[in-house]
Design a protein around this ligand. Sequence first.
Ligand SMILES: Cc1cc2nc3c(=O)[nH]c(=O)nc-3n(C[C@H](O)[C@H](O)[C@H](O)COP(=O)(O)OP(=O)(O)OC[C@H]3O[C@@H](n4cnc5c(N)ncnc54)[C@H](O)[C@@H]3O)c2cc1C
Length: 421
Amino acid sequence: MSESKLRVAICGGGIGGLALAVPLSKHKNIQVDVYEAAGRFAEIGAGVMIWARTWRIFELLGLAEDFAKVADSEPDPAVGFNYRRSDVGANGFHWNFVSMPYGCIRFHRAHFLDVFVEHLPPDVAHFGKRLVSYERREDGDISLNFADGTSAECNVLVGCDGIKSVVRGQLLRDKAEAEGRPDLLALIEPRWSGTVAYRGLIPATELPKHETLASPMMYCGQDKHIVAYSISRGHICNVVAFATEPKNEDAEFPGKDQWVTPCTKEEVSKCFAGWESDVGEMLERIDNPTKWAIHRLHRLPFYVANRVALMGDAAHGMCPHLGAGAGQAIEDAFILATVLGVATRSTLDAALEAYEQTRLPVANHVLKSSDESGKMYEFNSSFGEQYETLGPAIKHQWDFLTSSTPEGEAEKVLSIFEGLK
Ligand SMILES: Cc1cc2nc3c(=O)[nH]c(=O)nc-3n(C[C@H](O)[C@H](O)[C@H](O)COP(=O)(O)OP(=O)(O)OC[C@H]3O[C@@H](n4cnc5c(N)ncnc54)[C@H](O)[C@@H]3O)c2cc1C
């Protein structure tokens, strides 16, 4: 029996890979295997936020009840973000307010990933399996080669291996060679945004009465901004402080491959010296901050080739300025699982093409908008400091959340699939 199953290999067990594995594992006609390089599923110690659109996907997947147990959120409508001008010492002021249905729904990343892990059947996960390459065989199936010398086979490979994706690298190299398109090689490597982000957590008890525990905050200044919100049922404050050198946009990151490094809280405080006191009080309390070089991808012209599909950060790794990278990965997973759920080996190519047609335009749009939003928060967009027009423009960057529904997109992928198969 199992020979007739569709064998889906997922490379990478982060948020995207697990969001795909959970719904696929419910299909009797699909065998799903997750190959994860690390020794276990793990997320970094930091916060992650999603919007109501992603919550709707959790409802559709039957996961909402369990995510609700670890979420911090407010009733509808709630604060998306409260914006302050903060690089003006004691003269800081409120200048923009974005409200959203259910606001910004916040989680500790470890708890967030755990919900997916708890819904994963045994035997799906394979740890210590770092993919190094794959080959398309003559029968159309794919052989996977891992760093530990082992191999595996599948009918379709899904690259969920993050922004430095090995799968994306090979997919683009193979296509460049097969089609005589050396231009595709330039799309493999992520580009530095010119921004570094200082990240860390603060116990809420160290910030009594701080406004960020009451409402997600965005503290803005020239070339810098700070996102702060509560997680873990209000017990922890998650802080991400961004500092940009606009001239370095698309420059080579001086730290080369070292995108995440430890740093001191003195470095963080120094970077934001002269900002309003609420900011200073917060930053000096971050224990063991880390410094991240924020990279993003070029917009890829395709996410699928030869029964290999990309999703999540492997397909559209983006700046975090719309709080959308994980949400987009989860929506990729939802759409791909929907169409693979009705596919057979003979209709696999149509299913993957339908996935690409549905997701690529939206996710690439969000990738571009995330870049733009960062510039808006740091007064480097064409709106400059014109608060009256900048505020509404910031809100419009999130229009993709409501311009369609996850159910509508699921219907769309199925209808495209019907037309192609
Ligand atoms: C500062 C910051 C803040 C952010 N905040 C938010 C937010 O609030 N909301 C939001 O929606 N998004 C946010 N994001 C983006 C979000 O974290 C990512 O978009 C999301 O985690 C991508 O998930 P993924 O599964 O595609 O990739 P990843 O999380 O990178 O997972 C990739 C997985 O693949 C594994 N892997 C890698 N290479 C291989 C290989 N060769 N073989 C096998 N396994 C491999 C890795 O070990 C990992 O488990 C933020 C990003 C940053 C940098």
